[in-house]
Write a protein that binds this ligand. Structure first.
Ligand SMILES: O=C([S-])c1cc(C(=O)S)c[n+]([C@@H]2O[C@H](COP(=O)(O)O)[C@@H](O)[C@H]2O)c1
Ligand code: NI
Length: 409
């Protein structure tokens, strides 16, 4: 399970997102080959490996080819909105391509989000919003390109920290706009995207394209979860001069499972419990999901009968003691609970190391476990199920075959 952690300490834009993916190893040639499936012409891509504030990273830029440059002028707002490509045109360019269905769906959803915001801001209908020539090509490359990048890098999940914008105003083709720019402010309505502004940076750090992508693609907002190991760090530069490092930092993370080695045979764990007689099934499921995402080692519910014969649930979770405060807060926020019980427990655990093993059915993570002279192995179940499906074999049979292979090699 590969996750991309984004740290937008200096905001986010389409080219910063792509620069970051290139710095994390996205291959430029593979990227261009995939992007060509859009069959859009009139642009050139530049990827520069450079350093800013002595930090090395990648700068990704989209420029219009000479024949298109001639047509672009600094038009007024009305003209900008009546020339170029509207949402429907952009969606048909994407949907008529031979890109994967998931890229098409994701890119269209982001364009729809941005166009809706622009329509609201400018008081127009969504189909009246036209991305002018530069903006259209640039945005198509950035939005579609980002999802191509995620697919090529085989990223399963995106986690993002707080978006940091500047303050003040910026000058665009049709006037002066406040920062955060209107389309970004519009997309922030009822969104969970964490956002703050730097008073010392008097320009835009979060662009509509950057915000639209982050809002759609992010699975979880917050810090890097405890169960992830950072395996690679990359920087994608922005083009604005901000007076400090203008970059987006990305970290490729893997679940601890991939390179975990636990040597101690005992530790301490916190058991947190709360009894709930007024919770809905929806709230319970939501709370369970969030607690797991935020680092609980396990979360489960037990049916109980409470005072006055009330059928109820006990929501229980196990967590590292250092995580308990954060998780208790989530329990209070996400359920009707007004009190929780905590017990610090001694835990016995098997020593373990995890290795990726190549088998003729495919790669699988194997856990090697030992305790006081006794040892055993176990296979990562989700991967086993995937391999069973791919190889059209029953899970049980595949487990036996892989276990036999691992034990004999
Ligand atoms: O051209 C228009 S209508 C326009 C609207 C807005 C609003 O917020 S509304 C913002 N901008 C600025 O244009 C550039 C390009 O943005 P991308 O997201 O395409 O990179 C950026 O500075 C926007 O804030 C233009
Ligand atoms: Ni606009």
């Amino acid at each position: 399970m590969k996750s991309l952690y984004l740290d937008p300490f200096s905001g986010v834009s389409g080219n910063m997102l792509l620069g970051t993916l290139f710095d994390l190893g996205l291959n430029f040639e593979d990227f261009k080959r995939e992007l060509a499936k859009l069959e859009v012409t009139g642009y050139e891509l530049t990827l520069t490996k450079t350093a800013k504030s002595a930090i090395k990273g990648h700068l990704f830029e989209v420029t219009l080819s000479a024949e298109f440059k001639g047509h672009h002028t600094d038009e007024g707002a009305e003209k900008v909105h009546h020339h170029g490509r509207n949402l429907a045109t952009i969606e048909s360019i994407i949907n008529d391509s031979s890109l994967s269905e998931s890229i098409k769906k994701a890119a269209c959803a982001v364009f729809e989000e941005i166009a809706k915001a622009e329509a609201q801001v400018h008081g127009k209908k969504i189909d009246e919003i036209h991305f002018h020539e530069v903006g259209a090509i640039d945005s198509i490359v950035d939005v579609v390109g980002f999802f191509i990048g995620l697919e090529l890098l085989k990223i399963d999940k995106v986690i993002c920290g707080t978006l940091v914008d500047g303050t003040g105003t910026i000058k665009v083709a049709h006037g002066i706009m406040p920062v955060p720019v209107p389309a970004v402010m519009q997309m922030r309505i009822n969104s969970e995207v964490p956002f703050r502004q730097r008073e010392d940076v008097l320009t835009e750090l979060v662009t509509p394209t950057g915000f639209g992508i982050i809002k759609f693609v992010t699975d979880t907002f917050g810090g890097i979860p405890d169960n992830l190991v950072v395996e690679q760090v990359g920087y994608g530069f922005g083009t604005r001069e901000t007076g400090s490092l203008n970059a987006l930092r990305g970290c490729l993370c893997n679940s601890l499972l991939s390179n975990q080695r636990v040597v101690q045979e005992q530790d301490q764990i916190m058991l947190i419990e709360t009894n709930l007689d007024d919770v809905t099934g929806e709230e319970l499921s939501d709370a369970t999901q969030i607690l797991l995402e935020k680092g609980a080692k396990d979360v489960w519910t037990e049916p109980i009968i409470m005072k006055k014969g009330r059928p109820a649930y006990k929501l229980c979770l196990l967590a590292a003691p250092t995580k308990s405060e954060e998780l208790v807060k989530i329990l209070f926020e996400k359920t009707p609970s007004i009190g929780v019980r905590q017990q610090l427990m001694n835990r016995k655990i098997m020593q373990r190391s995890v290795k990726s093993v190549k088998t003729r059915f495919g790669d699988i993570h194997v856990k090697y476990l030992s305790y006081d002279g006794f040892s055993k192995i176990s296979l990562e179940h989700d991967e086993l199920v995937d391999l069973a499906r791919k190889n059209k074999v029953a899970v049980r049979e595949l487990r036996n075959r892989i276990m036999e292979f691992v034990q004999n090699n």
